[in-house]
Design a protein around this ligand. Structure first.
Ligand code: SER
Length: 390
């Protein structure tokens, strides 16, 4: 099943059950939000989970593009992406958790054709503040889905304070032989869908108070599910990466983790630029700059003559179309090529400056500050040119 079909099946299933689709899914949070980028489907809905009425009603569905850099060092493994899409559903004080789990189970098994024997659930087992989630447990037991109870793994929050609650996660078995263990005991159980019973707010002192309404917030990573439905355990092998897999290895000969990183970061950089961000030294611009520089560092490690200009232009158009962005792909390409030129010049200057006698010995904090303030050479860059000092 192609990713577009997964998206359509999901959205239509929930629309048939009274959900309205939230459109507009830019990576940029609304003005005044302190977070740089949207990191989950629920993020833009936080005020509505806290009680503000939503203009589309109390049942919502959407597909939200997200950017997470917390796991950026993991990119290169088979499952981590910086930009990804999340399908989400919300009950804003409308139906309760069991209804959400039942619909979720039916959609996975009947709508998307997953063998029910390959599913496992987890539920919140209770702690000293909140009791066990018996309602979710009962749903899974009635359906005959094996279920494991945990504490920390089944509590969802978006930070130390704010809306939070117990969750029930649905896992899909990816092993070649039948499972012998539970999700916490075997990594071949892959989490596909998280249903959060978002009913609490954690205050800065750690205590919990009830939210004004009992919500359900669910999130499902699109590329991961699509890959699994296509029989792949690596997100990079799902169909949205097909054009990348067809072009990048022929262009640049890279080991598999490096190739994944290059594809992920370039695609993410295109999406970030497509949402209106430009490279800079602070905030969002700096995240973008780091993504591009990480790509170039990997590419130039083996061959400094590699150029982003060699990347086929259709990858820009493919990415723009997939994410439904209005941007001209040629503009996005120009931004990335300008950034590449800038980084190349900076590296050349860095090498010249570091060759001076003053910098022959080990570099201390004072030299690193001087190189930054006087020559505009960031610490990361200096240390990448002088690995012996890091
Ligand atoms: N908030 C949950 C998550 O991000 C479900 O949307 O996983």
């Amino acid at each position: 099943m192609q990713t577009d079909t997964v998206l359509r099946t999901f959205i239509e299933y929930y629309e048939e059950r009274g959900h309205r689709r939230v459109t507009g899914s830019t990576l940029l949070p609304p003005p005044g939000d302190p977070v740089l980028f949207t990191t989950s489907g629920m993020h833009p809905l936080t005020p509505y989970l806290e009680g503000r009425p939503h203009e589309l009603g109390r049942r919502l569905v959407n597909v939200q593009r997200c950017l997470r850099t917390t796991d950026v060092d993991e990119v290169g493994d088979p499952t981590h992406l910086t930009v990804f899409e999340m399908l989400g559903t919300w009950s804003l004080g409308d139906y309760e958790g069991p209804q959400s789990l039942e619909w979720g189970y039916d959609l996975l098994t009947e709508g998307l054709g997953i063998d029910p024997g390959l599913l496992h659930a987890t539920v919140f087992g209770g702690d000293e503040q909140v009791g066990p989630d018996r309602d979710s447990l009962r749903v899974w037991q009635e359906r005959g889905v094996p279920v494991e109870q945990t504490v920390e793994d089944n509590w969802w929050s978006n930070g130390p304070a704010g809306p939070c609650g117990p969750d029930s996660e649905i896992f899909l078995w990816t092993g070649d032989t039948p499972p012998r263990s539970t999700p916490t005991g075997d990594e071949r159980w892959v989490e596909v869908w998280n249903h959060v019973m978002m009913r609490h707010r954690r205050l800065p002192d750690g205590s919990l108070v009830p939210l004004p309404q009992r919500n359900v917030d669910t999130g499902l990573g699109v590329e991961r599910l699509a890959g699994l439905l296509q029989g792949r355990t690596s997100v990079f092998e799902c169909d949205v990466f097909t054009p990348w897999r067809e072009r990048v290895p022929g262009l640049w000969h890279l080991d598999e983790p490096s190739s994944r990183l290059v594809c992920d970061h370039l695609r993410s950089a295109m999406v970030v630029v497509g949402d209106g961000v430009r490279p800079g030294n602070t905030g969002r611009g700096y995240v973008l700059r780091r993504l591009v520089r990480r790509v170039l560092t990997v590419l130039w490690r083996d061959d400094p003559t590699r150029r982003l200009g060699d990347l086929p232009g259709d990858l820009y158009g493919h990415t723009r179309d997939h994410f439904g962005q209005p941007t001209d792909p040629d503009d996005v390409r120009r931004v990335l090529l300008d950034e590449e030129r800038r980084f190349r010049r900076l590296l050349e200057r860095g090498r010249q400056v570091l060759a001076r006698p003053r910098f022959r010995g080990p570099l201390g904090e004072e030299e690193l500050h001087y190189l930054h303030d006087t020559h505009g050479l960031p610490r990361d860059l200096v240390l990448s040119l002088r690995p012996q000092d890091s």
